[in-house]
Every structure is written in structure tokens, then in C-alpha cells.
Design a protein around this ligand. Structure first.
Ligand SMILES: Nc1ncnc2c1ncn2[C@@H]1O[C@H](COP(=O)(O)OP(=O)(O)OP(=O)(O)O)[C@@H](O)[C@H]1O
Ligand SMILES: [Mg+2]
Length: 347
């Protein structure tokens, strides 16, 4: 009776742990599985008691690891990628406990889900690799032209002017790139609540379009702003939202054809406000669409380089909108154009 009570309490305790726990007897048969393991692997303790673990979790590597742990009776640790139904990475630790003369020996196996930690580590490494790569390109161009100038080109009037122009261009690009990266990391690390303003969408839409007037004119692109007169006022950080529109307009212009069109539309939906920036440009291949909001992702590296893009604009858009509790997305057809939209929850 008492033992049963004790086991019940132990089970309740284990069920409330964040880690998965399995206890095997010295023969490798299951004597206990906690809730987390049941949920992750979609199994039930009652059905598996006294069965070998391999029947519950069919993973040869895990099986091998446990066999070794049972044989050597030492503390073991391993990191395994397992398909649970979804793929997850676990840090698994096993240890022997109990005494031969009393209750016998048991193997305690603890599963720690490190999927998210590993994912973040990977994305950080990738980010650093990308940043270094992006910084290096303009920098090596600057270095190259400075060297050429020093080697004598400085005395050739026409060339030296042209080279200095290229150096300046690359310096500007570097400056902008660093600015974007700082902005992004500031946004991503800030846990402080963003301050919100109460304003008309029209106001910032007009301002953003105004900024691009010279380039719009140069490329003969027509703009249209469709915001209903009774469109609700927006509650959001005004500067950030203006940045979103600027980034979307910048793309709609940059990846547009000469004589094209850009349309900004605002619609009221049941639970949100939807704002769309549509262009009549090159469009985005279907296979690239899921990735364009990633940092540094560019569809056509050649063309984007030419237009000076770093591939950060959309990741900033996504981040800002995410911070406001909204969503972002794109619909696009190759050679016809793209429609980038974002939503903001109605408050
Ligand atoms: N309106 C659009 N039409 C076609 N392709 C687009 C459009 N907007 C974005 N893209 C594609 O998505 C990529 C990522 O866009 P994003 O704004 O993040 O970067 P970028 O414009 O290249 O650089 P940045 O915005 O940092 O100056 C672009 O390089 C381009 O290939
Ligand atoms: Mg952009």
C-alpha cells in the first residue's frame, strides 16, 4: 500500500518535469515512463510496462546507447536527432541508481529537448557568416581600388575620379549595411515594449511615397494609394511602420519595370487591418517565396547587387510586424508582379 502510494507520488513528480524520463530495470525493460515521453513519442506507459524500450522507441542509436549504459553501468550522455513524429534533437543522459541488495539496480534515462537551442545556435552562426560575407564584398572592392590608385592610377585624372567614385559607393554601401545590421540586432534583442502612436495610415503612406519621388519619376512608375476615407486610425509605432512601408516601396520600385505601377491598398478585415504594396515588376519564383523574408536572402544575387540590396529589408519588415502582433506575406507571379502585405491586429 505504502509502496504504491510512494510510486504514485513519484509518478506525479516526474509527470510535472519539463524533461522526459524513462526508468528501465537492469534487464532493460520499461518500469516507468513520464508524461513528457508519452506525449513526445505518442506512446502509453500501461501498454509498455515490462517491455524492452526498443519496442516503444524504435531508434537503433538510442538502443545501442542504452545497451552500453546497461552493460557499463556508468553515467552516459549522448545527443541524438530523433523523429518523434517530428524531428527533434535530444540530449539524453542515463545513470544507474538503486542497490543490488535492496530493490535492484535501475537505469534512469532523461531526455532533454534541445531542438530550439540548437536551432538558435545554428541561426546565429549563419547570421555571423552572412554578415562577414556581406561586409567583405564592398570592403575588398575598396581595398582593390585603393591599391590600384596607390600603384599609380592616382595620377591618371579620369581613372582616379572613377575609382574614387566606386570607393565612395562601396563605403556608402558598407555604412548602410552596418546600419541595417545594428537596427536589426537592436530590434531583436530589445525586450522592451515598443511605444505606440495613434495615427492615420494615409499620413505615413504619403510621406513614404514622397521619399521615392525622384526615383519613381526616373523609372516612370505611377503610384496609387487606396486607403478608404473611413479607414480606422492605426495604433502602432509610427516610425517603425513608416520603415515597413519604406522597405516595401523600395522593393516595389527597385524590382519594378520601367513604366510600371505601385499600388498601396488598405482593407479592414474582421480581426485585423491589411495593408498591401503591389507592384508590376519581375515577380518572385514560387520556390523562393518562402525564403525572401529571411535575413540576407536575395532571389537574383546578380541583379540585387546591381541595385545595391543587402537582403535585409524584408527581414526588418517581418520583425517589426511580428513585434506588433501582425503577420506578413507575399503573393507573386513571375514577370507579372508581387503583392506584399502585412496585417495589424485591431485593438
Ligand atoms: N517587390 C519585389 N519584386 C520582386 N522581388 C522582390 C520584391 N521584394 C523583394 N524581392 C526579392 O526578395 C529579396 C529580399 O528582399 P529584401 O528587401 O529583404 O532585400 P533587398 O531589397 O535585396 O535588400 P535591402 O532591402 O536590404 O536593401 C530581394 O533581393 C529580391 O530578390
Ligand atoms: Mg529591400
Amino acid at each position: 500500500m505504502n509502496e504504491k502510494k510512494g510510486k504514485g507520488r513519484l509518478k506525479a513528480l516526474l509527470d510535472n518535469m519539463a524533461e522526459g524520463v524513462i526508468v528501465l530495470d537492469a534487464r532493460g525493460k520499461i518500469t516507468l515512463i513520464n508524461k513528457v515521453i508519452e506525449i513526445i513519442f505518442g506512446i502509453r506507459e500501461e501498454e509498455l510496462l515490462d517491455h524492452p524500450l526498443i519496442e516503444a522507441i524504435r531508434n537503433p542509436e538510442l538502443n545501442h546507447f542504452l545497451k552500453e549504459a546497461l552493460d557499463t553501468r556508468r553515467v552516459r550522455e549522448i545527443e541524438l536527432k530523433m523523429v518523434t513524429p517530428v524531428e527533434r534533437i535530444f540530449k539524453i543522459r542515463s545513470a544507474f541508481f538503486g542497490e543490488e541488495e535492496n530493490d535492484g539496480k535501475w537505469l534512469l534515462v532523461i531526455f532533454n529537448d534541445v531542438t530550439e537551442i540548437r536551432r538558435l545556435e545554428k541561426s546565429r552562426t549563419e547570421f555571423i557568416a552572412n554578415v562577414s560575407h556581406e561586409l567583405r564584398t564592398p570592403l575588398s572592392s575598396i581595398k582593390g581600388y585603393v591599391e590600384t590608385l596607390l600603384e599609380g592610377a592616382v595620377d591618371e585624372k579620369d581613372n582616379s575620379r572613377r575609382f574614387l567614385g566606386i570607393i565612395e559607393e562601396n563605403a556608402i554601401r558598407l555604412d548602410r549595411l552596418i546600419g541595417d545590421i545594428l537596427e536589426l540586432s537592436k530590434m531583436e534583442s530589445s525586450s522592451v515594449k515598443i511605444s505606440k502612436d495613434f495615427f492615420e495610415l494615409k499620413e505615413i503612406a504619403k510621406k513614404a511615397v514622397e521619399m521615392f519621388k525622384p526615383d519613381l519619376k526616373k523609372k516612370k512608375i505611377e503610384t496609387e494609394v487606396n486607403i478608404p476615407a473611413d479607414f480606422p486610425r492605426i495604433i502602432a509605432n509610427k516610425d517603425m511602420l513608416e520603415q515597413v512601408l519604406i522597405n516595401l516601396l523600395d522593393n516595389a520600385l527597385k524590382f519594378n519595370k520601367e513604366g510600371g505601377k505601385i499600388t498601396i491598398t488598405a482593407e479592414e478585415q474582421q480581426a485585423s487591418l491589411k495593408i498591401t504594396v503591389k507592384d508590376t515588376g519581375f515577380g518572385i519564383p514560387a520556390e523562393d517565396q518562402p525564403r525572401i523574408f529571411e535575413r540576407f536572402y536575395r532571389v537574383d544575387k546578380g541583379r540585387s547587387r546591381e541595385t545595391g540590396g543587402t537582403g535585409l529589408g524584408l527581414s526588418i519588415v517581418k520583425h517589426i510586424i511580428g513585434q506588433h502582433g501582425g503577420t506578413t506575406g507575399v503573393e507573386s507571379r513571375l514577370n507579372e508582379g508581387s503583392a506584399f502585405y502585412f496585417t495589424l491586429p485591431r485593438e
